[in-house]
Ligand binder design. Structure first.
Ligand code: HEM
Ligand SMILES: *[C@@H]1O[C@H](CO)[C@@H](O)[C@H](O)[C@H]1NC(C)=O
Ligand SMILES: *[C@@H]1O[C@H](CO)[C@@H](O)[C@H](O)[C@H]1NC(C)=O
Length: 316
């Protein structure tokens, strides 16, 4: 009996953590429109640099997958204590200044009220909308965490993951196979370095040089960009054919063997995820509906941050 009561208590407090997020959270504490202040900062940065939206979307994903969406991804390393930012798979994490600019603008009207974690969640939404994707109301009320450890970036899914590893990584965070397929659609934006898909185009297996699930001419072009002893710094490929447009081309290309990561290709190796890939390839609308639902779910993972930072790089 005691165990049942405990389980119920934990379940109830988890539910209250989730429901603590609210789209009108800052209505009283900051009647200035927080959403539009953040949107203006993201818009301004994007006008100067088209790679900003992809960076912000990925930054939010990394934040939510480690310690929940608590802006731990934004903290700076302190001496020998390396933060997530300086952890191994940080390549291509960039545009942190956009969050700092948004935070400054928000602090100017409502000092000490709005969390960096909320600003990042809003910026990710704006990134998608500015790229021609859907928009949605972002539930707010996240608190910022005080801990960020480079070693914990190992908890992120790797591009070499197969479907069972991906499923496990997502389900540990309360996310389903449908969330996995919809959120992988984030790969409609942005860029990947050669190292992220190297495993598919050189020494794929003992017998095969190239991943046979790759389209042969696509594989040839990737090998052209990324030779086995690659000397070009920052060489790589855009994630889909329209890397600044939030569309469903990612799924269409995936069905043609033209995805970059093994983890993308893996979505075709399970009947449930394969069917979803086909649905989203056929319908931009279905993809957008699913993406919005899954983004709200992912961005509501909160493990209880403690505070509202004043500077997103530093704990208070
Ligand atoms: C399913 C597991 C996932 C894996 C294994 C994965 C892996 C990766 C890798 C390896 C890169 C390229 C890094 C580089 O070479 O520079 C990348 C880029 C990216 N990912 Fe993912 N990712 C996953 C899920 C997601 C999710 C859920 C989102 C957001 C909803 C996302 C959004 C992005 C974006 C936008 C980029 C491009 C970043 C840029 O251009 O700055 N990814 N991802
Ligand atoms: C990624 O980590 C490296 C090595 O620790 C570091 O030099 C670099 O500044 C980090 N990149 C970002 C964007 O923080
Ligand atoms: C995925 O990889 C893990 C670890 O290498 C392995 O144990 C598992 O059997 C693989 N699953 C599939 C579906 O290939």
């Amino acid at each position: 009996m005691a165990t049942i009561a405990t389980v119920m208590l934990i379940t109830m407090s988890l539910a209250s953590l989730v429901s603590a997020l609210n789209v009108n959270y800052y209505e009283n504490a900051c009647p200035h429109n927080v959403d539009s202040i953040v949107a203006a900062a993201v818009h301004k940065a994007t006008m100067n640099d088209k790679t900003v939206p992809a960076a912000l979307l990925r930054m939010h994903f990394h934040d939510c997958f480690i310690r929940g969406c608590d802006a731990s991804v934004l903290l700076e390393s302190k001496g020998k204590k390396k933060a997530e930012k300086d952890g191994p798979p940080n390549i291509s994490l960039h545009a942190f200044y956009v969050i700092d600019n948004a935070k400054k603008a928000v602090e100017a009207v409502c000092p000490g009220v709005v969390s960096c974690a909320d600003i990042l969640a809003l910026a990710a939404r704006d990134a998608v909308a500015l790229s021609g994707g859907p928009t949605w109301d972002v539930p707010k009320g996240r608190k910022d965490g005080r801990i960020s450890k480079a070693t914990e970036t190992r908890q992120l899914p790797a591009p070499t993951f197969n479907i069972s590893q991906l499923q496990q990584s997502f389900s540990q965070r309360g996310l389903s196979l449908e969330d996995l397929v919809a959120l992988s659609g984030g790969h409609t934006l942005g860029f990947a370095h050669c190292s992220s898909f190297q495993n598919r185009i050189h020494k794929f297996s003992q017998k095969l040089e190239i991943d046979p699930s790759l389209n042969p001419s696509f594989a040839r072009s990737l090998r052209g960009i990324c030779p086995s002893h690659n000397k070009v710094k920052n060489a790589g490929s855009s994630l889909d054919s329209s890397s600044t447009l939030f569309d469903n081309a990612y799924y269409k290309l995936l069905l043609q063997g033209k995805s970059l990561f093994s983890s993308d290709q893996a979505l075709l190796t399970h009947p449930t995820t394969k069917a979803l890939v086909s649905n989203f390839a056929d319908s931009q609308e279905e993809f957008e509906r699913a993406f919005v639902k899954s983004m709200i779910k992912m961005s509501s993972i909160t493990n209880g941050g403690q505070e509202i930072r004043l500077n997103c790089k530093l704990v208070r």
